[in-house]
Write a protein that binds this ligand. Structure first.
Ligand SMILES: [Zn+2]
Length: 331
């Protein structure tokens, strides 16, 4: 039997994106695989009064089981209310759906939003696949994110060696013919915690600064599709203090480099209304766990090290919401 997201208390992205584009801010899209990530996301969203997108990749479904994740999302809505939110705006979104069948399965099982990523397909095939998902999703008032252009990097089962910027001359045709609700574009962000090689960066005051995002491409896309919701994937900033903590306590992360937060702040003020952040949560969790374990070698209760991990993720989520995306106080 199918489960509608509406029965779980979730919402789709339509209204929150319209408000975000108008208001010049972006909605955080945080990936989750575990209970602690879910709790941290909900606590951060409730404390900051922010709408939030909780997203699940194919890899997350394989790891945690789709039924469990859906029930975690249902629990997230109830937990938000318990924490005092009278009107939680929580989306359960499929990140990087790669087939119609996967998207359909999510739509039938409580997701309020899905991404169909046909960006690796030839243009016409991307349109046909996206159109098919949109036709099915809209019957159930589920919103659909599509992608044009290719991001470099590796994220779960999605990987590409090099990026290809979205071509602004294609976006009107693509959005019109597919009927998608939002569009993920490629303007220089990238998946994973190693977004750039040191050779691609410039050394400024001892810090490696990556090449800037292609704001000219973004602005051209905005001109072609005024007011249309744009999505940025691969937008972790890879906080260097977390990388340092990981390496200090036995880790070995070399040259992990992300997108500078000032650039994401600037993008949030444009038609970019959804920013995907995954690696930063992984780094925050790992850094806290490594530190705790190194400092408390005799402890073995997972709650002891997962609690500081959850706290550290919550702090990171709040920072992103308030200082980078500006989605606080927007409920
Ligand atoms: Zn992505």
């Amino acid at each position: 039997m199918a489960t509608s997201y509406k029965d779980l208390g979730l919402v789709n992205t339509r209204e929150m994106f319209a408000k975000a584009v108008k208001g010049g801010y972006a909605i955080p899209a945080f990936n989750f695989n575990t209970l602690e990530q879910m709790q941290a996301i909900v606590m951060a969203a409730v404390e900051t009064k922010s709408p939030v997108i909780m997203q699940v990749s194919k890899g997350a479904r394989n790891y945690a089981n789709g039924t469990i994740l859906r029930n975690l999302a249902k629990g997230a809505v109830e937990y938000a209310k318990e924490l005092g939110s009278t009107n939680p705006q929580i989306v359960l979104h499929l990140d990087h759906g790669d087939t119609f069948e996967l998207c359909k399965d999510c739509i039938d099982n409580g997701f309020s939003s899905v991404m169909i990523d046909g960006s690796s397909l030839p243009y016409e095939d991307n349109i046909a696949l996206t159109r098919k998902v949109v036709e099915y999703a809209h019957k159930f008032d589920v919103t659909v994110e599509a992608e044009l252009g290719v991001l470099a990097g590796v994220e779960d089962e999605v990987s590409a060696a090099e990026s290809h910027y979205t071509k602004p001359e294609e976006v009107v045709d693509f959005a019109t013919r597919t009927g998608c609700d939002s569009l993920a574009i490629s303007i220089g962000t990238s998946h994973g915690a190693h977004k750039f090689t040191p050779e691609q960066c410039t050394l400024v005051n001892g810090v490696l600064v990556p090449p800037p995002l292609a704001f000219d491409v973004l602005h051209e896309i905005e001109k072609q599709l005024p007011g249309f919701p744009i999505v940025l994937h691969g937008s972790s900033s890879v906080p260097q203090d977390e990388v340092k903590t990981i390496n200090q306590f036995g880790g070995k992360l070399e040259a992990a480099i992300g997108i500078p937060e000032e650039q994401l702040r600037e993008a949030s003020k444009s038609a970019v209304c959804k920013i995907n952040i995954d690696s930063d949560s992984r780094l925050a969790m790992t850094a806290a766990i490594r530190k705790y374990m190194a400092e408390n070698p005799s402890h073995f209760d997972p709650r002891q090290y997962l609690k500081p991990a959850r706290e550290n993720m919550k702090k990171m989520y709040i920072h992103k919401i308030v200082n980078v995306l500006g989605s606080n106080d927007k409920l």
